[in-house]
Each structure stands twice: as C-alpha cells, then as structure tokens.
Design a protein around this ligand. Structure first.
Ligand SMILES: [Zn+2]
Length: 94
C-alpha cells in the first residue's frame, strides 16, 4: 500500500528523502513501496539532477586503492584448447 502525498507536502517529502543524497535509483527504490503521486519519478530525477552536492560528486571517480594485475601462474584451459587447435590444424595440413 502506498500513501498518496498531497501536492503541498511533496517538496518537503522529496527534500527529506534526499537528506543523505541518495541517487535517482535509490530514491525511486525507497519511494516505490511507500509513497506515490503523479510524476513522482520525474520529480525524483529533477531533485537529484538539481542538487548541487550530488552534481559536485557525480563525475568524481570512486576512490579505491590501485592493485596491479597479477601475472597468471598457469595457462587457462581456453588457452590450452587454442594451442591444441592450432597444433592440430598445422599437423593435418602438413
Ligand atoms: Zn543530493
């Protein structure tokens, strides 16, 4: 069951839901079980897109430590099969 929010309270509800700056998908997930009004999803999108905090961090890549790729210690089965296929192709021709 979803509660229909009257127009006079919609902006306040959106601001409260966006207090922790969830993204569009998270906000829609929160609201879809509890509240509804016409164009709710469009207003959620507008709220997030016009939020200065969200826009400031939007394009910042997530900070994560860099790990170098490790060299494989053994050959994969796929590589073995490719080597075998090539070997069989060359031996059948010769
Ligand atoms: Zn925000």
């Amino acid at each position: 069951m979803r509660v229909i929010i009257p127009p006079s309270l919609r902006n306040r509800v959106l601001q409260e839901l966006h207090e922790e700056h969830p993204g569009i998908v998270a906000m829609k997930a929160i609201t879809q079980s509890y509240i509804w009004w016409l164009n709710l999803n469009a207003e959620i999108e507008l709220t997030v897109r016009t939020c200065e905090v969200c826009q400031a961090v939007r394009n910042a890549p997530p900070s994560a430590p860099l790990y170098p790729w490790r060299w494989p210690t053994r050959v994969s089965i796929k590589e073995c099969l490719l080597i075998l296929q090539r070997k069989m192709a060359t031996t059948s021709l010769g």
